[in-house]
Design a protein around this ligand. Structure first.
Ligand code: SF4
Length: 1001
């Protein structure tokens, strides 16, 4: 337990002089992991509860500590002990600070953030003093330099030692080897930075290395008297103890007893000699406590399943396609064992992995899907938590200047209270149509245009509401886009998070986890801000701060425990502290068992060896020995598995697979009956078997099956008959493409998710082109009008330039340039102006009047002989009334020309206008022409009724029949998902709500 501040203030330092302590140092050898766990439990609980308060057990990870606590409780409390005092359980990384907690603290300990900031300042200072590094100094590199410094010190190198030893290797070759010369410059820079860093650190507080010095020189008033090491040397295992800590343990005052518990397998070879060298005079004992020990039986795949014997360790290892299938195999074996009675409960089984990721996600999901409960003490990455993702969203939004997609994601995030979902959808669509690419100025301009709109539709009002919120958000965060001190940037970020975070977490089960993640994120931001506020006020860009925050968040883990029963998901270093009947070791692939060593980015292996870095051969020997021990961990059954594919790339099996053969375990072949246990199997295998599904999922499946079997049309896209309302012709054309698409868009009025366009959206572009031609013909008619003939083409082009330029000037520069080319053409393409003018000049007709953007709304008989009328609405682009009382309908398409035999608009507009003119004038107005003029694609003209075509009545009759058929089907409520071409589904905005799959059931 740490001293309280009050206690510290009562006496003067030093209270206790450091004296050598008579000490017992023992190497406790055990035959295997079952004896290892038993011995550690006995050492942890020996003596009185008071003794336990001064005992420390060093375990590899926090997960190992949790498992050991559970094992102690199972072993001791079951023996009818009333009370249990647990010793302190610490990891090697916590060892120094935990020991120092019992010193008289007079100085604050430097936080990791403070140390990184101090080193960053020291690096800049060294550079300014003329010791430039041979690389560009980036914040991420400073973290690596700090890691190198700590590793040097943990290997008992002072900065002077580092300089002397490194230069003695590098300097001889520097005169003729540019690589060596560069490393010499790097070393000089690092030495200068380290010296300045040590000076600044000494002025500001204690770090791990200073604490080691203090721990040896000062005695604690209440020292740890007994330390049990369950880890060995860091040369042999990744969570081992380094040279500086071995030295500390041999010299720390007050320690009376040091026990190192190790298995014979791990101790064999170089480790044995190394321990004797580091701890001369260590007493070696063998723990002979009798325990009931059983070797496990190795469960191997049946002979015909072990086809890939070379991969599968001569058929002794299960081989899966990928990790998911591998864990699925474990789920089957666990279920089978429980069913057979060889496993009482899944909680007696462990799934052992070398690396937590991605198994903490894969295993939990796969086991859950099989209905196998799972528990884990392993930490998850903080960066994967929703709150960290929300912070990332804020940073992304700033870095792309509040562009549409991240801005909408931020406004929609349930972790912020910003805007209503409907307002955000309206804003999303409006921004997409306007081609908004980010920027506070652009947003302000757009809002001004929308506010001036007459009349203001409700969608625009919504867009304005959400747009104003986005503008406020952008202004609050705007300072992050310019240079400022890191602490100032972080203050702005924290204030934003606090001001806008949502407190409404609807799922109670997620609340605690959310609050922990939020606390961890704020703690990270707070420690960085305080560190920079104290030590570094240099201005940096917002992007640099974003990179800093992301790096720190990514380096943290979170949520140490999930679940309290079921299969234990444990890493290989922690597993030895648990008692398991069945063990499944998974992921036996290269670079995982043993894991890939982290290479230094600064020095070669030869230089690092000179500085005391461990040999690769020792690391591999340690990994092999630990794996061999792990094979004998379970008390009943063992299975080992590997897989072949990772992200669709082949992976090689682990070299440790050989150990399975050498373990000398009895084996049994086990064929797992092909019961369905996964939710997915229940759904995709024939016949359907709902057994693996949860009650909720089973009810859903039953309902769906009943629905699929019902001869009721309403489950196949049919509704009750509908009262018709006026539909636009483009909506009815949509019905032709796919009735369900019409239902989604025009009956349910679901909004499409807008695409992000780097230029104007197709819809905005269409509107622009229509406006240009409308303005042109209005002006043309205002100046006398008439047909555009070959002789008047230049006059028309000049007028078009006059009309179009002010409209183009309203567009962003890049869009204006593009649209100008599209209008007036280029050396390689014909402009839309030439298409429109060329069409008219090719067969000039005497135009008396032009109706532009002519709105048609109401009931139309469309010339049907039975007098039936249909309600329609639409806007015809251009109706030309000709001198001989005929009419011409022109429809502009900014995209490709439609198929005239399927398109409705030109033909139906012609019939509607005919009808209105007949009502007005009391005489017929034959259709001279109805045509689409298309500004993209191969065909620029698609006539429905050709000029001078005697068959024009037939074409109009066909359009009328198709329209009436569609209207009748809509009235009958017929909306089956039946695309005219299946390729439409690939681009359909309503695929997510489409019932196509149900119908195909
Ligand atoms: S996904 Fe295909 S079937 Fe479904 S609505 Fe869209 S076009 Fe029709």
């Amino acid at each position: 337990m740490a001293e309280s501040p009050e206690t510290r203030g009562q006496s003067l330092e030093p209270r206790v002089q450091s004296r050598p302590t008579p000490r017992s140092t023992r190497l406790v050898r055990v035959p295997d992991l079952q004896a290892f766990r038993q011995t550690v439990i006995e050492l942890a609980t020996m003596g009185s509860p008071v003794d336990a308060r001064d005992r420390m057990i060093v375990v590899p990870t926090r997960g190992a500590a949790a498992l050991l606590v559970r094992s102690i409780e199972d072993a001791v409390l079951s023996a009818s002990t009333q009370a249990l005092a647990l010793p302190d359980l610490v990891t090697p990384r916590e060892l120094v600070t935990r020991l120092a907690d019992r010193l008289f603290h007079l100085r604050a300990a430097l936080t990791p953030a403070q140390r990184e900031v101090l080193l960053g300042v020291a690096c800049r200072y060294a550079q300014e003093q003329g010791t430039a590094p041979p690389f560009q100094l980036r914040p991420g590199l400073v973290a690596e330099i700090l890691r190198l410094y700590d590793e040097l010190r943990r290997r008992q190198n002072s900065v002077d030692d580092f300089e002397r030893r490194t230069l003695s290797v590098l300097e001889p070759g520097a005169a003729y080897d540019r690589g060596a010369e560069r490393l010499v410059r790097q070393t000089r820079f690092l030495v200068a930075a380290f010296r300045d860093f040590e000076r600044r650190s000494a002025e500001s507080g204690d770090d791990e290395h200073m604490l080691r010095t203090r721990l040896v020189g000062e005695a604690s008033p209440r020292p740890y008297r007994h330390i049990v090491l369950t880890v060995t040397d860091d040369a042999f295992e990744s969570y081992g103890v380094g040279p500086a800590d071995w030295d500390l343990l041999t010299r720390i005052p007050g320690l009376e007893r040091l026990d190192i518990v190790v298995t014979d397998t791990v101790l064999a070879g170089a480790l044995h000699e190394r321990i004797h060298r580091m701890l001369p005079g260590i007493e070696e004992i063998r723990d002979e406590t009798p325990i009931e020990r059983r070797l496990p039986v190795l469960v191997i795949p049946p002979g015909d399943d072990s086809a890939d014997a070379a991969v599968a360790g001569s058929g002794m290892v299960h081989v899966a396609r990928d990790r998911e299938e591998e864990v699925a195999g474990v789920a089957r074996r666990v279920k089978h064992a429980v069913r057979q009675g060889s496993l009482v409960s899944p909680s007696d089984a462990a799934l052992i992995v070398r690396q937590r990721l991605p198994y903490v996600y894969v295993a939990r999901e796969v086991l859950r899907s099989a209905g196998v409960p799972c528990q884990t003490f392993d930490a998850l990455p903080l960066a994967a938590e929703p709150y960290a993702a929300a912070l990332d969203l804020v940073l992304s939004c700033v870095s792309v200047d509040f562009a549409r997609v991240p801005a909408m994601a931020l406004l929609r995030s349930p972790l912020f209270s910003l805007a209503s979902a409907r307002d955000v959808s309206a804003l999303d669509r409006s921004l997409a149509e306007a081609g908004y690419l980010g920027g506070i100025d652009s947003l302000e301009r757009l809002l001004a245009v929308w506010r001036a709109a007459e009349p203001m539709r409700s969608g625009v009002q919504r867009a304005i509401r959400a747009g104003e919120l986005l503008l406020n958000v952008a202004r609050e965060l705007a300072s992050l886009r310019s240079d400022a001190a890191v602490a100032d940037h972080l203050t702005v970020l924290q204030a934003f998070l606090l001001a806008h975070e949502s407190t409404n977490i609807p799922d109670e089960s997620l609340r605690a986890r959310h609050l922990r993640a939020r606390g961890a994120v704020f703690a990270t931001l707070g420690s960085l801000r305080d560190a920079y506020a104290h030590f570094d006020s240099a201005p940096v860009s917002g992007d640099e701060v974003a990179a800093l925050v992301r790096r720190w968040i990514e380096g943290q883990t979170f949520a140490p425990q999930t679940g309290d029963d079921g299969v234990h998901l444990v890493d290989a270093d922690s597993a030895r502290f648990g008692r398991f009947e069945h063990v499944h070791i998974v992921g036996l692939v290269e670079n995982e068992w043993p894991d890939r060593v982290r290479r230094s980015i600064f020095y070669s292996t030869a230089v690092l060896r000179e500085l005391g870095w461990p040999a690769e051969s020792d690391r591999l020997a340690g990994a092999r020995a630990a794996f061999a021990d792990l094979l004998k961990l379970p008390t009943s059954r063992l299975s080992v598995s590997t897989f072949l594919l990772e992200a669709d790339a082949l992976v090689s099996p682990s070299p440790l697979i050989d150990e399975v053969e050498h373990a000398g375990l009895d084996s049994i072949e086990e064929a797992i009956p092909s019961h369905r246990i996964f939710e997915a199997e229940a759904l995709y295998c024939d016949p359907l078997d709902a057994t693996p599904l949860s009650t909720f999922a089973r009810e859903w499946l039953d309902r769906r099956r009943r629905v699929a079997e019902l001869p009721v049309l309403r489950f196949r896209g049919f509704t009750l008959p509908m009262a018709l309302r006026p539909y636009s012709l483009s909506a009815l054309e949509r019905y032709q493409d796919c009735p369900f698409k019409f239902f989604a868009a025009d009956v349910l009025r679901l909004e499409e998710v807008p695409e992000d366009e780097s230029t104007m959206s197709p819809r905005a572009r269409g509107r622009f082109i229509h406006e240009v031609f409308q303005r042109f013909f209005e002006t043309w008619e205002g100046r006398g009008g008439g047909a555009i003939t070959t002789e008047r083409l230049d006059e028309a082009r000049a007028l078009m330039s006059e009309v179009a330029e002010p409209l183009l000037a309203r567009l962003p520069e890049a869009d204006a340039a593009l649209e100008r080319t599209r209008l007036f053409g280029s050396a390689i393409s014909t402009g839309s102006v030439e298409i429109v003018f060329g069409h008219e000049a090719a067969a000039p007709l005497d135009v008396r009047e032009r109706w532009l953007e002519y709105r048609l709304e109401g009931e139309f008989a469309l010339g049907a002989p039975d007098g039936r009328k249909v309600a329609l609405k639409g806007v015809a682009d251009r109706i030309d009334l000709l001198a001989d009382n005929r009419l011409r309908v022109v429809d502009y398409k900014s995209g490709s020309a439609p198929n005239p035999s399927r398109a409705l608009q030109a033909g139906i507009y012609a019939l509607c206008v005919q009808e209105r003119l007949r009502e007005r004038d009391g005489r017929p107005w034959p259709v001279a022409e109805a045509i689409y003029l298309a500004f993209s694609g191969k065909r620029s003209q698609a006539p429905v009724v050709k000029a001078g075509d005697a068959e024009s009545e037939k074409a109009l009759e066909a359009a009328r029949r198709r329209l009436l058929t569609i209207v009748d089907r809509v009235a009958n409520g017929e909306f089956p998902p039946q695309p005219t071409d299946e390729i439409l589904c690939d681009f359909c905005a309503y695929a997510a709500v489409c019932r196509k799959d149900y119908v195909h059931d």
